[in-house]
Design a protein around this ligand. Sequence first.
Ligand code: ZN
Ligand code: MN
Length: 470
Amino acid sequence: MDVIIGLEVHAQMNKLKSKLFCSCPTSYHKSPPNTHVCPVCLGMPGAMPVVNREAIKAGIKVALAMNAKILPMIVFDRKNYFYPDLPKNFQISQYDHPLAVGGYVTIESDGKEKKITLKRIHIEEDPGKLSYKGSITTASYSLIDYNRSGMPLLEIVTEPVISSPKEARIFLNKLRMVLEYLDVFDGELEGAMRVDANISIAGGARVEIKNISSFKGVEKALNYEILRQKNLIKRGKAVVRETRHFDESQEITVSLRSKEEEQDYRYFPEPDLPVIYTVELVKEVEGTLPEMPEEKRERLKREYGISDNYAKVLILDLKMTEFFEKVAKIVDPKLAVTWVVDVLRGELNYRDWTFYDCFKVLSPEEFANLLKLFIEERITEKGVVEVIRTKLDKGGGIEEIIAEKGLFAIPKSEIEKFCKEAIEENPKAVQDYYSGKKQALNFLVGQVMKKTRGRADPEETAKIIARILG
Ligand code: ZN
Ligand code: MN
């Protein structure tokens, strides 16, 4: 059975300095409730909105990067509905004249390139946030925090062209990557991206799942919903057109209401805001587009001489690329890339950490210094891994960890002493060596490794022993 999915993504432009229609700061995420508010974003009668020009420019930047057509004139509309998180009883959004129409995002799905085409991109304000003491179903009252009210949101609506929950996840990851590249969005912050998903199976009714608030949630909600609809179809029952809510704790969707129609919102142009002409703004923004993923991939290969495979992995994560580039300025890029992508990334994944977390504990400079010690043969490969692990788990200075754990490699000049000891203590092996048994040399090297707890370079040790035995 064919599955058709369309997504409406709300992305907070949380990297802008102020909210969409007032000068309240957007950096509320760690503040107490209702501390980043003013008469405008609290919806006080008579308070007048003023458009944040930077938000329009940021929206244009996103639309350009997604190859969308920016409309020459954009108009804000009132979308009327009542809810406690919306103190004006309407949301300022865009309807007939959105920021942009069309465009696409390219994804790689099952090894093939696919264009996820877009219907539209518009700008709107975020409502406040409701919270409940305990569970939503048992709490006797709800609390409201208006810090989020008036945050600049981008609503990005895809055509119904996504054909599986997995593809939806790949698309959202790519979207997040593009928004982060454009420096308008930080996906790590609470509430940064919320998704509504429309899904139907082979001609059945369209069901909308509202307000899924995590990346993993989208794939889970869609998987659940496909199963639910298929079961209905199997039993000969109709899938009804409705809006459902995804319960993250139970990982199921539950019916909310029969879907409201567009006309229920009584959209009309916002009388307190002027229309915006975009031609000049587009010109201003066009020259400021940063390096996008595919350009970055080419540059990394060219500039550092690394393979396409490594470049492909790096561009998925801006923070990882930043980390790598800083390390590659200090030590050989080809060595740096294997240690960053293969080893460090693996250790972070194992701990469920991102490179954001890594920066706080292990800086690229410290990491480069550690690699320098490895290049100078003052620490073995095994030693480097042990230092990384200790550093991530317990912190501390690189040199201190090495000293404390006794990880400094034995200097070449001192290996000889251990070799002589091993030779004296193992006359049988020496005899075997002279009678032409090659394993005897390996045995002696092993003895030195034991004595030095692996801190001597094995190749060097073999050379020294062979020299002594003549
Ligand atoms: Zn405000
Ligand atoms: Mn919306």
